[in-house]
Ligand binder design. Structure first.
Ligand code: F6R
Length: 231
């Protein structure tokens, strides 16, 4: 699964060396980032002109905090490939003013001229980025209160559940949907019910990932476990 996804990202970089990649954190992309690192070390892939914009960041965590998404990206990809760190973007979890940070990050995405390829994972509750199940699809970068299910799922990475931040900044559905191509990855039995819902269910904001049905260039890469409930 990781090799297939890495192949698609790698093809994007080869076709357009200064492309804009939208990136995700979480467990699922780790193998993808390992594979890309390996190909870069071999000299088959060149990140020197690539620009990146990440989906989200926890509110309150500094980029040096080992559970921040900036730290994750540096550790799993940026510090291992020949990317110019100045061309990498993650929301600032320590921003003093949330509204200004949302506006700033929206403008970062706009100023890059849009995302060529957006990598997404999927939450057990259908979230993409941190767009949690809601009554409406939120369009732009916003600050979101994480649901109990997400806090529970992410607590595996913190010493205690009380340490998991309650809020995050996330790209909105509009910015994600504006990406020219979307690559969504899912692995493991725990994702089987939501992958079934994604493929077979209707489009509704209670399942934020369902909006992807309205995008004209989406690739889903999933392993057998994640696909095990699909008819
Ligand atoms: C991470 C992100 C989240 C994750 C999702 C799945 O930047 O935006 O939407 O993609 O929570 O996480 P994993 O891969 O850990 O199951």
């Amino acid at each position: 699964m990781s090799r297939k996804a890495a192949n698609i990202i790698s093809a994007q970089i080869i076709l357009k060396n200064d492309c804009v990649l939208g990136l995700a954190t979480g467990s699922t992309p780790i193998g993808i980032y390992d594979t890309l690192t390996h190909w870069c070390e071999k000299g088959d892939l060149d990140f020197s002109e690539v620009k990146t914009v990440n989906l989200d960041e926890y509110v309150g965590l500094d980029g040096t905090h080992d559970q921040s998404y900036r730290y994750f990206m540096n550790k799993n990809l940026f510090d291992r490939v020949n990317i110019n760190k100045e061309n990498t973007n993650v929301p600032n979890g320590k921003a003093e003013n949330a509204e200004e940070e949302c506006e700033r990050y929206h403008n970062v995405i706009e100023s890059m001229g849009g995302i060529d390829l957006q990598l997404l994972g999927i939450g057990n509750n259908g979230h993409i980025g941190f767009n949690e199940p809601a009554d409406v699809f939120e369009e732009k970068v916003h600050k979101v209160e994480l649901t109990e299910s997400t806090i529970q799922a992410n607590s595996r990475l913190f010493d205690s559940i009380d340490d998991v931040p309650r809020y995050a900044y996330t790209m909105g559905i509009g910015e994600i949907m504006s990406a020219k191509r979307i690559l969504i990855v899912a692995s493991g039995k725990v994702k089987a019910p939501i992958v079934k819902e994604l493929i077979e269910g209707p489009v509704r904001p209670e399942v934020p990932a369902s909006i992807l049905k309205f995008h004209n260039d989406v690739i889903l890469i999933a392993d057998e476990d994640a696909l095990s409930l699909v008819k």
